[in-house]
Design a protein around this ligand. Structure first.
Ligand code: ADP
Ligand code: NG1
Length: 485
């Protein structure tokens, strides 16, 4: 990984920022030697396109300033020593031989131990290296992405660990390859994620969001309207995705919906069709036509496992093996119509959102471009309102069709709406954060009002503390290695 090629993870001189200097100092205090490098992987906020990456549809995230830093140094012992700057995360050490030997376990409540995310990254790296590695690693981790909040703290951790190990072994890997590798290896934690988080972590660029497409993985810049600010606000409800089956349940409901939609004499035995985008391609229909097809072919609100087996002409064992995950095999009822409708309609919203940004950019009214003096503030308002409405519709769909919202997220969205600001839950949901689209000139006022009306009045939180749960953000850089050598 030499980092000189633009396809590769960049390698930069160690910056003098307070946080980097602190991790270097703490690493020394902990291990008695200097780190050889620091890997940095950012969190992300998804602007639109929720729960559709694993269905094969494009998403539109941007990287945050908040990140996971991993300082590392090589050791001759074939061992990995993992420490965290935050004392609530326990120390862990592991002898490394082969990826097969790395097992990922959960605590007694079914929640993965924090270091398991690091182990996922190491396991992926070892797999990529075919177990050929020359040294062990000391790792010291410091993160400031709010955990379990839909801002992708877990993927940043997995990706930073994988990147650190590969870099330490001098592996060559471009950014798309490592993003795909990290998406695959995070699944060892038990959730069948789609790859959005790892893709934006490695492919993000400053000043623009990315339109991410799959097979092959590709990121295309989306310049956001200059007068738009994106504000992230935490609902104060946390949820660890891997500790419940809520996420995987949605993944498999989408798989089963794909199977039923594809049911026709020529396709029903085609076991390779498991995503809603594959069915769309197979049937050669538009997204709008797919919405109509969902109403025709998936009329029921609930499908039982028995009837699905009959319709798909498979046994229960085959169904378990082909489509379900260990934590969804016991389920007996599935919602297919609601999930498929959300996916096709959300995919349409992503296309519209991107198109509006592209148009607004072409008309010379965006970041980095020369201002078009002929554009009126009325035009600007119209653009932001159109984008905002797509975000509000996305939230409504996630709440009612996908059922992945939370009362606290809905309250934040409602308060925002009363303040004339459109917003939506971001990330997996069931807690975590909203992202709001706010005209630049209203940001201060919006944040101030949300602090009072949500955090102080509703959550009984001190005004100063409230400030730490809400922030305006702009698109940031992707992963980087810092090394002075
Ligand atoms: P997210 O939406 O933030 O990715 P997840 O539920 O997938 O949420 O993962 C959150 C988990 O990731 C935390 O419970 C913790 O185990 C781990 N994690 C996140 N940030 C850190 C950190 N800075 N240090 C250690 N572990 C972390
Ligand atoms: P977060 O919010 O980071 O847990 C998860 C998935 C994404 C995507 C979103 C919903 C993982 C690692 N991430 O993100 O792939 O499906 O939910 O859009 O599973």
């Amino acid at each position: 990984m030499n980092g000189n090629n633009s396809d590769q993870v960049p390698i930069r001189k160690v910056p003098s920022s307070e946080r980097i200097q602190r991790i270097i100092k703490e690493f020394y205090n902990e291990f008695g030697c200097q780190p050889a490098f620091v890997a940095r992987v950012p969190g992300r906020v998804n602007l639109i396109g929720e729960h559709i990456d694993y269905c094969g549809y494009p998403v539109l995230p941007m990287a945050l300033e908040q990140d996971i830093l991993v300082a590392g140094s090589l050791t001759e012992e074939h061992k990995v020593c993992i420490r965290n700057a935050n004392p609530k995360y326990v120390t862990f050490e592991l002898e490394i031989k082969a990826y097969d030997d790395i097992t990922i376990t959960a605590d007694k409540d079914g929640k993965p131990f924090w270091y398991n995310y690091v182990l996922c990254g190491l396991k992926g790296a070892l797999e990529h290296l075919n177990n050929e590695f020359s040294s062990g690693l000391r790792l010291y981790i410091d993160g400031n992405i709010p955990p379990a909040s839909g801002l992708s703290s877990s993927s940043a951790l997995v990706s930073a660990a994988c990147l650190a190990f590969l870099y330490a072994q001098n592996a060559t890997l471009n950014r798309t390859e490592i993003a795909s590798l990290c998406a695959r290896c995070e699944r060892y934690i038990g959730t069948q994620g789609g790859g959005m988080d790892q893709a934006i972590a490695f492919l993000a660029e400053k000043y623009c969001a990315q339109y991410i497409t799959w097979n092959p993985l590709k990121a295309t810049k989306v310049v956001l309207p200059e007068d738009a600010s994106f504000v992230v606000a935490h609902s104060l409800a946390e949820i660890n995705k891997a500790a419940t089956n809520d996420y995987n349940r949605r993944v498999i409901e989408c798989r089963l919906a794909s199977k039923l939609l594809a049911l026709s004499p020529e396709t029903n035995k085609d076991q390779s069709i498991i995503t809603l985008s594959q069915v769309q391609k197979l049937l050669d229909k538009t997204l709008e036509e797919m919405v109509t097809l969902v109403y025709e072919r998936l009329p029921k609100s609930i499908y039982t496992k028995d009837e699905l087996c009959k319709m798909l002409e498979i046994s229960e064992e085959e169904m378990d093996k082909l489509y379900l995950t260990p934590n969804t095999r016991h389920l007996t009822e599935f919602k297919l119509k609601q999930r498929a409708l959300h996916v096709y309609e959300e995919a349409l919203r992503v296309e519209e959102f991107r198109e509006i940004c592209v148009q607004s950019n072409m008309n010379g009214k965006s970041n980095g471009s020369i201002r078009d003096k002929t554009r009126s503030s009325g035009d600007e308002n119209e653009i932001l309102t159109s984008l905002g409405k797509l975000m509000s519709n996305s939230h409504e769909s996630l709440k009612s069709l996908y059922e992945c919202s939370h009362g606290k997220l809905d309250l934040l969205v409602d308060i925002s709406s009363k303040l004339n600001v459109h917003s939506r839950l971001t990330g997996a949901g069931w807690g975590g954060c909203i992202v709001a689209l706010c005209p630049n000139e209203n940001v201060k006022n919006y944040i101030e009002k949300l602090e009072n009306e949500y955090y102080v009045e509703h959550c009984n939180i001190d005004k100063n503390k409230a400030k730490s749960y809400i922030f305006a953000t702009t698109p940031n850089y992707g992963a980087v290695i810092y090394n002075n050598q």
